[in-house]
Design a protein around this ligand. Sequence first.
Ligand SMILES: Cc1cc2nc3c(=O)[nH]c(=O)nc-3n(C[C@H](O)[C@H](O)[C@H](O)COP(=O)(O)OP(=O)(O)OC[C@H]3O[C@@H](n4cnc5c(N)ncnc54)[C@H](O)[C@@H]3O)c2cc1C
Length: 346
Amino acid sequence: MTATVTTEDARRSVAEFVRGRAADLDLGRTDIRADIAEIGGRGLLTGGLGGSDIREIAGTIERVAAESLAAGFSLWAQRMALEYVWRAPEPVRERHLDELASGRRVGVTAMAAALKHLAGLGELPLHADAAGSDRVTGPIAWASNVFEDALIVFPFRGNDGRGHVGVVSADAEGVGIRPAPELLALCATASTSLTFEHVEVRGDQLVTADLRAFCATIRPVFLLLQTAFCTGVADTSVRAAGDRLDGLGAQFRDEYRALAERHASARGRLREYTSDAHATGPADLLRLRLDAARIAVDATRLEVTLRGGAGYARHCDTNRRFREAAFLPVQSPSEGQLRWELSQYD
Ligand SMILES: Cc1cc2nc3c(=O)[nH]c(=O)nc-3n(C[C@H](O)[C@H](O)[C@H](O)COP(=O)(O)OP(=O)(O)OC[C@H]3O[C@@H](n4cnc5c(N)ncnc54)[C@H](O)[C@@H]3O)c2cc1C
């Protein structure tokens, strides 16, 4: 009988691969490109691409983040870049879809500014130069996966005053990449800031000329796949905390039980919503994304508390998860933005 390689087999192999690299990723001895290539090479980047049933990719992101949030976060960014390109007109798809889907090329999603702008919390920092010009100028405050050969997907204000989305190569003329700052964690994700100075964005580099409609379509996928890396890192910490509830650890049993319930609830909602991402209401998506980030922060904190002094040593998985999860409240949409947006539904 011929063995069939199932998604679950492929996921298991990828999880092992990332597990073996998690410490080196954390210590900056390597970066996430090999992980993205491994995941793409096993055909795991494309499940449900462009559709509403995103359970497969959500499950993969969750599993990878359970081993390394750096890899899980970069995988989310890769998949989002792929989602944008999948929804782009033919010239962009033809040039970039395969290289992103296979993981041979890394994708950057510089879309935080767009989601903030559409929530009414600021202007688009990138803008077309002058009437009739196809050049774009301005800053990108933060983006991840910024390797020299990456493909950047970015929002900008066009000549018509409306929001657009374009793609450009990170090594294109006029794209300036600042040296990556030293971070608390996630150094392997090549997260840094960029500047565009009169960067050419031709018609065949345009993903959309209607930012609002485009973001309405990608937003559920964006938020749910972010939720997946939150529940992934939380899962490992909840399990690790659950193994340390004896002795003095017994003092934390109530706290652990409450946390495990919140985690199970978030995972249950994630499973339900990812089966039809576009059928879920905006408030439910925001609430789940906020809950999942907070659970991850609480779970990594409880794990580090129960682990004792060993957890305070930098080269320890518990410590790594604690530092990695500290990013989640500031990741766009930040905890502040999520709370604010949710308050609009009260
Ligand atoms: C390691 C790392 C990797 C990242 N990767 C990516 C990526 O791949 N793609 C991407 O798009 N982004 C990325 N980001 C950006 C991230 O997702 C957030 O957008 C960013 O961290 C938000 O922080 P900020 O510094 O822009 O703070 P701001 O959002 O500017 O907030 C700073 C403070 O100002 C307040 N504030 C902000 N706006 C308002 C307002 N309108 N009115 C009143 N108060 C306000 C906030 O509450 C907060 O207290 C990354 C950031 C980091 C740190």
